[in-house]
Design a protein around this ligand. Structure first.
Ligand SMILES: [Fe+2]
Ligand SMILES: [Fe+2]
Length: 299
């Protein structure tokens, strides 16, 4: 089916929803300012301090075991300098997203969902480094957020989504294929609607929309390719929130590999298979970080 038709179906699902979690306007402003290379720590700290909830959240997370600071950090400006602008951007958006859906009932295990999301974030960061993507933290953040459409479908179409998951248990169907059969749209289009409502930057929207069809990405094809392969890697290594496991690279992954080869031919292994198996060491290292992130963000 055409993307346009799938988008129309996705938009319809949002029509009668009145309790959709929102990301405060101040958060979007801070994220935009953090992206501005000319912004000073004082400008950013001042803006963050205009929202006490946001300021308190940053202080709490920066003092959590995730960042391993030696002494207590009590000012927003010090927090910014300690973990860096880009990490703050990633931490703020992730924590608001996790919070927005924390209390919402789901037909799947939310811990599994977050473990998958955080693993995709960490593997995306590693791949971004390997292919010299210029903003590694951005790859990390959008890796964490890539499947947000599933959280929407799971909560707002709870019964139907539960039935769908049961119908593909012990089959080779993926959730992506099953969503299309059940809803005529998938978590990619639904995620895009959500990302647009939350004013996510356009490259993030593109990744959320095309991480299962990276060949269609237009905004930042390299970034979408990174997340597409990281997602495939994590799905085939068991941190999947879905019942079916990916095992054979599809069009999206083959395209991603082609994009990498064009860019960094001489620095990459000879085959996609080798490239993926080289990630195994990183995958073992990230499990502790993923646990910490999960505990900090969902506390
Ligand atoms: Fe996905
Ligand atoms: Fe995923």
């Amino acid at each position: 089916m055409e993307k346009v038709t799938m988008m129309i179906k996705a938009r319809r699902l949002f029509k009668d929803i009145s309790d959709l979690p929102t990301i405060p306007a101040i958060v979007s402003k801070v994220v935009t300012l953090l992206d501005n290379e000319e912004a000073s720590p004082d400008d950013i700290a001042d803006l963050m301090l205009s929202d006490q909830v946001l300021a308190a959240r940053v202080i709490r997370v920066v003092n959590s075991p995730l960042y391993r600071s030696n002494s207590e950090i009590s000012s927003v400006k010090r927090a910014l300098l300690f973990i860096g602008f880009k990490s703050v951007r990633e931490m703020i958006l992730t924590s608001y997203f996790v919070d927005g859906f924390k209390q919402k009932e789901q037909p799947f295990d939310m811990k599994m969902f977050w473990m998958h999301s955080f693993s995709v974030g960490a593997i995306s960061r590693r791949i971004a480094t390997l292919v010299s993507y210029p903003d590694v933290e951005k790859a990390y953040l959008v890796g964490i957020l890539h499947d947000i459409g599933k959280v929407f479908l799971g909560h707002y179409c709870n019964d139907e989504y539960g039935k769908m998951l049961n119908s593909i248990r012990n089959t080779s169907y993926t959730t992506y294929e099953a969503e299309y059969e059940f809803f005529g749209t998938t978590h990619c289009e639904v995620g895009l609607c959500l990302a647009q409502r939350w004013n996510f930057p356009s490259a993030y929207c593109d990744v959320i929309s095309y991480h299962h069809s990276s060949e269609m990405a237009t905004e930042d094809p390299l970034l979408t390719s990174i997340i597409s392969l990281a997602d495939f890697y994590c799905l085939s290594h068991g941190t999947s929130d879905s019942v079916a496991q990916a095992s054979i690279p599809g069009v999206s992954e083959e395209n991603a590999w082609k994009v990498f080869k064009q860019l960094a031919q001489d620095r990459l292994p000879s085959s996609l298979e080798h490239f993926l198996s080289d990630l195994d060491e990183e995958y073992e290292n990230i499990s502790h970080e993923v646990d910490l992130l999960f505990n900090t963000m969902t506390a």
